[in-house]
Design a protein around this ligand. Sequence first.
Ligand code: HEC
Length: 239
Amino acid sequence: MARVSGLADYSSAFARVFPGAGINEDTIAVALASYERTLIAANSRFDLWLFAGEGSALTARERSGLELFRGKAGCTACHHFSERAALFTDHLFHNTGVGWARANAASRTMSVPLGGGETAEVSSAEMTALFGGDLHDDGRFEVTRQLRDRWAYKTPSLRNVALTAPYMHDGSLATLREVIEFYDRGGIDNPGKDPLLQPLHLSLDEKQALEAFLRALTGETVGQLAAEARAAFHATGAR
Ligand code: HEC
């Protein structure tokens, strides 16, 4: 709250939108929730294909990616969709090994995207120095205190996923291709790993098809929303 209050454009906007209340925990939550309600990912080419029955909305490669997604690659076991709803999540928590790997290898580096497709390898110690605090994260366990929930994270939706790199809860995978390689290896082995994750042995062609399918999940209004967000960001003079 101190940080938001320190920004002139925020304090005047909050005073205007929440007269008499200004910046507090509740108004920040309401503002964030209102923003999140604008993040609608609808009418992707996949939606046209599934809900509008437009067989040609997906290319042949994207359709074979879809067949892999719900067939051989087993993605729908967790990133569930049906004819009634396609949120690409089962709303459940799973251990894919990402959290375990971070907790068990303090010296592990993470690749941080720098933009323009470039990444930098940064050690956990450097991350802590840069961002402060304890980066330790036990996943769902922190809420339930049940050992079986250790390093389990909620299955995220995959709508607009092409626009939301880096991936996984800690941003440790820089590109969709890296995510697909991660699943092709069967995630990261650890005692609590979800048995649904097994090595897939996908060919290069199959990996490319799967990625093409994920890229067909981008909604139609996104281009404009992203452009508006970028314009607002640059208008603040931030870099
Ligand atoms: C066992 C359940 C499960 C299966 C099977 C599964 N996923 Fe996931 N997926 C998850 C969970 C849980 C996360 C979040 C992990 C984290 O944050 O550490 C995730 C994250 C992702 C992400 C990153 C999303 C983001 O915004 O960071 C992508 C992309 C993805 N999965 C694609 C796939 C694909 C493609 C397949 C099939 C090859 C697949 N998943 C199979 C559970 C699963």
